[in-house]
Design a protein around this ligand. Structure first.
Ligand SMILES: N[C@@H](CCC[C@H](N)C(=O)O)C(=O)O
Length: 262
């Protein structure tokens, strides 16, 4: 998380971000997040560089961390416990709570043209559709939370060779902007286990937008309820797809590990 409030542009180049994210010769991270001045009436702007230097539209875990980071930066002067954050995926609203951060992640986008994917005509949804990857047919559902996600349901998520299969999903020609891929094991209608291969970052311990997209895919495939816990290697997230406003709400922790100068 970088305090970038005094400048409209990220103070690092994507190439520098790649070096910072290096786990051997840098700080080590899945990505770098910049807290910039707000735009169009928002409190702040969030920009992100993945660890490969590419720029995603949104980061669910990142926006929870950003809310906690901004709250620390503002200290006692803050007058409210929520922020309106401008992102490349639209305005996202994280709200600080006693037990973590609850984020209004907005509406899921389901049309192939919005993902984007060429798996279906641009105005059609991709739900439980076969896709050949690594010599196997996977039934996939595609959801955009501002960034692209391809979700597939498996019997045993621990048995998936993420390192070899993940890149083949990410770079599959049906995803012109590459994709994040979530492998989901349904434990019960309100408990899912997830492992993720992230676009631009590879295997990570958690993906907030991925957890949201996976719940949507679970509902569309009648595998889970509209509220569920998603268990990730980095810990659980609570996800709800509201029947009232059709928006996705994500609740999870955000904890400071350390601060420093680099
Ligand atoms: N790799 C993603 C962006 C980061 C997503 C993040 N981990 C999350 O928590 O949502 C992409 O390129 O879309």
């Amino acid at each position: 998380m970088i305090d970038n409030r005094s400048s409209e542009k990220p103070i690092l180049t994507p190439e520098q971000a790649v070096k910072w994210c290096d786990r051997h010769f840098g700080i080590g991270a899945d990505g770098v997040i910049f807290a910039l001045p707000g735009q169009n009436g928002t409190d702040y702007t969030m920009r992100i560089f993945n660890s490969d230097g590419s720029e995603p539209e949104m980061c669910g875990n990142g926006i929870r961390c950003l809310a906690a980071f901004l709250s620390d930066l503002e200290g006692m002067s803050r007058t409210k416990n929520y922020y309106r954050i401008h992102t490349l995926a639209g305005v996202i609203t994280p709200q600080l709570a006693v037990d973590g951060v609850k984020v209004d992640m907005g509406l899921p986008r389901l049309l192939a043209g919005e993902i984007p994917t060429t798996l279906a005509p641009a105005d059609a949804k991709v739900i439980n559709q076969p896709l050949e990857v690594a010599g196997k047919t996977w039934d996939v559902t595609c959801v955009s939370m501002g960034n692209p996600h391809c979700i597939t349901f498996v019997e045993d998520v621990a048995a998936i060779s993420l390192e070899s299969i993940g890149p083949q999903f990410e770079h599959h020609p049906v995803f012109p902007q590459r994709t994040n891929t979530e492998f989901i094991e349904v434990v019960s209608r309100d408990y899912l286990k997830m492992r993720v291969w992230e676009r631009g970052a590879g295997i990570t311990l958690a993906c907030g937008t991925g957890a949201c997209a996976s719940l949507v895919a679970g509902v569309l495939n009648d595998k889970c309820d509209r509220t569920a816990t998603i268990e990730l290697p980095g810990g659980p997230l609570e996800i709800q797809w509201s029947e009232v406003d059709q928006r996705i709400y994500m609740t999870g922790p955000a904890e400071r590990v350390f601060t420093g100068k680099y």
